[in-house]
Design a binder for this molecule. Sequence first.
Ligand SMILES: [Zn+2]
Length: 144
Amino acid sequence: MVGNRRRDSKPELLIRSALHRAGRRFRVDLPIRLPGRRAVRPDVVFTRAKVAVFVDGCFWHGCPEHGRPPRANSTYWAAKIELNQNRDRAQTEALTLLGWAVVRIWKHEDPDAAVAAVTATLRCQAASDSVSPASAAATAQATA
Ligand SMILES: [Zn+2]
């Protein structure tokens, strides 16, 4: 079976240590409450920047390159993978509505590329923070 272990699988560890080396500090498997649905546990969470990172297993989450269901019981597996994909999408939407930026990384992706994607998103979130009405008002006050 491919990628059955949820936590601390190798690609996740590689990405986490690469982020750590890049000086990024984050929480692992921190549950985020969502109104009206079950909490989600992204693999890596940047609480202040509100960036949630999921490292998705190619098989279970239906990666376009490796997500083919096995020939035996293919209908069963296809349905199961589709359910996971729907849940992934719903979680991403719910988090986005709450102001989170969501980064989804396939397990097969190069950890350095993954770190680059996360870093870009962190910058993006920081930039959008600085133009939020609250901080704009604070800046206006400071310069007045
Ligand atoms: Zn893949």
